[in-house]
Design a protein around this ligand. Structure first.
Ligand SMILES: Cc1cc2nc3c(=O)[nH]c(=O)nc-3n(C[C@H](O)[C@H](O)[C@H](O)COP(=O)(O)O)c2cc1C
Length: 341
């Protein structure tokens, strides 16, 4: 494939009815409503800002410690700290609208009724282009069973949210990778009316502090995010795109460079979210966008849409060969060579 000029690459994309100027978004919970990011990654320049999951009532979140570092990622147990829907509608969405940003509003609840009420409140909200349904929450009406792990419960939430919103506002169901059959959950959400899917939320993990001899997080378990989960997330996007190729996917999980984002696009994502990377580098979303543009151009993709799902149809001979000669890579430590035998 012949390279094209980076500035000519058409980055426009869509998540259902939401048309976006480019495919790089923030991930829910990693940049609140975008204020702190603004000096480094101007919110209007991104595809959209996915806001921190909002609940009906304000929540203070879990006791500290709520974050722990892990090799190649982090573990969090924030407990959905957020100002509640009233304050969110009063301060956060008007700010995003004022900046000219597009908002994908993430909603979370403890029962189907909470989600429906949140959707009702968001109906005519400014800056809103889509609603992301965070179903990785315990269902208080069903012994704390997580909605995202049960196809029927997930479907009930999606159906309730879809019913409350105008057709022009797509509903994205955000799935958990902590399931044995992600395609089954995806199908169930789409049948219930999801216009797109976000893949993936964090993986459930745990760290024990060898000095205190106790779990490192006050909440004991937490969500694992960052580069460690990227291969799992890419696999989920691949499997769901293979099964449901018409459904727009928003990929998330350990994206911190344009080449990371490209993997998700090639697997079938129409857009990507940058989460944990912003904690170390608040300019990550803007940088990922610039790097993705270059990566597409170098590989001869004149349009982002041509690259979506390309890995499913790539043939031998399509390889991208970088101009520069790569440095010889050292033998991976885990691989035995002849000398070791
Ligand atoms: C500190 C933190 C808070 C998060 N809060 C939310 C949240 O409120 N709602 C949600 O749907 N996902 C939340 N997530 C998950 C991210 O949106 C994202 O799906 C996940 O972290 C994987 O992407 P990443 O590896 O780029 O962070 C949170 C992640 C982190 C690290």
């Amino acid at each position: 494939m012949t390279a094209v000029p980076p500035e000519s690459v058409d980055l426009r994309t869509a998540l259902g009815a939401a048309a976006l100027p480019n495919p790089v978004l923030t991930a829910s919970g990693c940049a609140a409503a975008g204020r702190e990011l603004e000096p480094f990654s101007p919110v209007a320049s991104l595809g959209a800002v996915v806001t921190k999951s909002v609940t009906l009532a304000p929540r203070a979140g879990r006791p500290t410690p709520r974050m722990a570092e892990t090799p190649s990622g982090m573990l969090n147990s924030i407990g959905l700290q957020n100002p509640g829907i009233d304050a969110f509608l009063a301060y956060d969405l008007p700010w995003l609208a004022d900046k000219g940003a597009r908002a994908v509003v993430s909603v979370a609840g403890g029962g189907v009724g909470d989600y429906a009420e949140l959707a009702r409140r968001l109906r005519h909200a400014p800056a809103l282009v889509a609603v992301e349904v965070n179903i990785s929450c315990p269902n208080v009406e069903d012994r704390g069973q997580v909605f995202a792990c049960d196809p029927e419960a997930a479907a009930r939430v999606v159906e309730a949210v879809r019913a409350e919103l105008p057709a022009g506002i797509p509903v994205l169901a955000k799935l958990s990778p902590d399931v044995t059959d992600i395609v089954g959950i995806a199908r169930s959400c789409v049948r219930a009316g999801a216009d797109g899917l976000t893949l993936v939320n964090t993986l459930l993990g745990m760290v024990i502090d060898p000095d205190t001899l106790r779990p490192a997080l006050a909440g004991v378990t937490g969500g694992l995010s960052g580069p460690a989960i990227r291969p799992v997330a890419v696999r989920c996007v691949w499997q769901v795109h293979a099964a449901l190729p018409e459904v727009p996917l928003l990929g998330a999980g350990g994206i911190s460079s344009g080449l990371d984002a490209l993997q998700f696009v090639l697997a079938g994502a129409s857009a990507v979210s940058v989460g944990t990377a912003v904690f170390g580098d608040p300019s990550a979303p803007a940088r990922v966008l610039a790097e993705l543009r270059t990566a597409l151009a170098e590989r001869g993709f004149a349009r982002l849409s041509d690259a979506v799902g390309y890995a499913h149809r790539a043939k031998v001979g399509d390889e991208h060969r970088p101009d520069r000669t790569p440095a010889p890579s050292p033998r991976p430590a885990w691989r035995l060579g002849e000398d070791d035998l």
